[in-house]
Design a protein around this ligand. Structure first.
Ligand code: HEM
Length: 551
């Protein structure tokens, strides 16, 4: 019997062994069976996103039976008395009925909404984990791009879902969306006509419903499946080197199936508990959509707030006349800035590999502190997103802190430029400081707090020495980083772009090389030299990296 079949249930082993090998059943079982499943809490983030997605899909199917995606006006005569006699769309009336008349309707609606919020949060945290541990590098770059796409499609699904009830809040979101679409140069009006079908709100609710309930979930499901299949062929990146113990690595389908189903039940349980106890999106308090009104303090779903924040940060008089037409970048630019952010995030693995000329495969995860520049870039990105996100609450902040809205907005305008830079610098320095601390621990062991007194009256603290596994874990990612050399083009010239790329590459690897040298894992390089202008290939002598103060 093959080792991969040993712990399978008897029937499954027999199926795998005796079944038609040409069908691939044996290969599939053995493949799943042979994979390693780790018990690291951070691995759960991706699974929580997937499980929440399943809960959202199931609850969505329930809602589908009762929801009516029509903007035809009706007079409300449901059980919520304060709105009796109010004119509203059938979309809102059916959502009110789900909330107050269908048994369990409100619970399922709230599960659907909370599930969405948790799903997007888990997906974002999952991406951050992949980023800060370098799990996005070759050969998992495509997985990274797919994961970013999943996040973007989730946001789109959330947006198209949130507008469905056609209440005041969703009406406000649609008005802003229409404004952004119309401000697109040249094609704006046509695009708006296509989406809204004429006068606002037109058929946007019906269109959103089709996208929301059928198109986007199908796209999401396909992306999850493709990602899973790719992950299977590439196996998950690990904390390196092995560092595993018998306790945190388990082989096999049964163990995976049990933990995964258990986690699914836990996620579902928590979502139901949240839905049962915490009100979300109380449409009955907002009332029907009215393009002429917007309630104060209204805001989009938390994960879309960065777009709203970007809109608020643009100076209000940003428009100019050109070719006899008035152009308004005030709406379009923020949308571009928000979208460009995600394009850069998706392309980051390719950018980093191109800059550092890294063509190798990486199966080991890095500790964030061992790659200070990348960790700094990550924090800069988070700060950028965070400032845009916080700016969406500028009005609430102004009211709470008794400030003028202009003061708050000017503060955010300064922060959006300085924040990422400050975030980068501080994080990088912190990583370098943590590396220092790490070296102390590596050399002297971990302080135990136990002080002993020697016969001659002196005091010494006992240090616990690290075992081999701990030592390896702390050194993850510390290895030789060849100094980037500018390459000449076909004419034997070093182009300006190549020069800048090399400069940037040196900056990116300098702290890592320095940390590796100080850890004693690689040989120290001698004096720093000027950037060479000649093409050095292969094993020739390489100029040293510039050592950084204090590393
Ligand atoms: C990733 C997928 C999905 C996301 C992120 C999502 C998100 C949302 C959100 C945020 C709402 C507003 C809920 C509220 O009123 O408070 C909503 C409404 C709705 N969703 Fe989904 N949904 C997803 C998938 C689905 C699927 C697959 C279906 C149907 C098969 C569905 C059907 C509905 C319906 C009918 C509504 C309107 C009723 C209501 O607002 O309560 N959704 N969705």
């Amino acid at each position: 019997m093959r080792s991969s079949e040993r712990a399978l249930p008897r029937w499954a082993s027999r199926l795998a062994r005796d079944g038609d090998e040409r069908s691939g059943a044996h290969g599939l079982l053995a493949d799943i069976r042979g994979r390693l499943f780790r018990d690291r809490w951070s691995v759960l983030l991706g699974q929580i996103a997937l499980h929440s997605f399943i809960v959202v899909m199931l609850s969505g199917v329930f809602l589908m039976f009762f929801y009516d995606p029509s903007t035809k006006q009706v007079t409300y005569h449901g059980s919520y008395l304060p709105l009796t006699g109010t004119q509203m769309s059938r979309a809102l009336a059916s959502t009110m009925a789900i909330s107050f008349e269908i048994r369990g309707g409100l619970l399922i609606r709230q599960v659907h909404h909370w599930g969405t919020l948790v799903m997007v949060a888990a997906m974002m945290l999952h991406l951050l984990r992949l980023f800060f541990t370098g799990a996005f590098r070759r050969p998992r770059r495509v997985n990274w791009v797919i994961a970013v796409l999943i996040l973007v499609v989730m946001m789109a699904a959330g947006f198209t879902g949130a507008v469905l009830p056609d209440d005041m809040l969703s009406g406000t979101s649609l008005v802003i969306f229409d404004g952004a679409v119309r401000s697109t140069p040249v094609i704006g009006t046509w695009l708006s006509f296509l989406l809204f079908g004429g006068s606002f709100p037109g058929h946007i609710i019906t269109l959103s419903y089709v996208l929301h309930a059928f198109v986007l979930p199908t796209v999401l499901l396909s992306l999850f499946i493709v990602n899973r299949r790719l992950a299977r062929t590439r196996s998950a990146a690990r904390h390196a080197p092995p560092g595993h113990t018998a306790g945190n690595v388990r082989h096999g389908l049964p163990a995976f199936a049990v933990t995964s189903s258990g986690l699914f039940l836990v996620v579902t349980g928590i979502l139901v508990l949240m839905a049962a106890t915490l009100t979300i999106n109380p449409i009955w308090l907002y009332g029907p959509a009215d393009p002429a009104n917007a309630s104060a303090g209204a805001g989009p779903e938390w994960y879309l707030a960065f777009l709203d924040g970007a809109l608020r940060l643009v100076p209000p008089d940003w428009e100019f006349v050109w070719l006899g037409k008035t152009w308004t970048p005030a709406v379009l630019l923020p949308v571009i800035a928000g979208s460009a952010f995600f394009v850069i995030v998706a392309a980051y693995p390719y950018l980093e590999a191109w800059i550092t000329a890294d063509r190798g495969n990486h199966h080991d995860l890095e500790r964030p502190r061992n790659n200070p520049a990348r960790t700094g870039i990550g924090v800069a990105g988070m700060t950028y997103y965070g400032v845009l996100w916080a700016a969406a609450s500028a009005d609430t902040i102004a009211v709470r802190f008794h400030l003028t809205i202009e003061t708050v907005l000017h503060g955010f305008q300064v922060l959006i430029i300085l924040g990422p830079i400050i975030g980068f610098v501080i994080t990088r320095r912190l990583c370098v400081a943590l590396q220092h601390n790490e070296r102390e621990v590596m050399h002297h062991g971990i302080e135990t707090g136990i002080i002993i007194r020697s016969p001659d009256g002196g005091y010494t603290e006992i240090h616990r020495h690290l075992d081999a596994d701990d030592r390896r874990r702390r050194q993850a990612g510390l290895h030789e980083h060849p100094t980037p050399i500018p390459q000449r083009d076909v004419h034997g010239q070093v182009t300006l772009l190549e020069r800048q790329r090399t400069r940037l590459a040196r900056f990116l690897v300098a702290d890592r090389q320095s940390a590796a040298e100080h850890s004693g894992l690689v040989k120290k390089k001698s004096r720093p030299g000027p950037m060479p202008d000649r093409h050095i290939s292969g094993s020739g002598p390489q100029p040293p990296t510039r050592p950084r103060a204090g590393t």
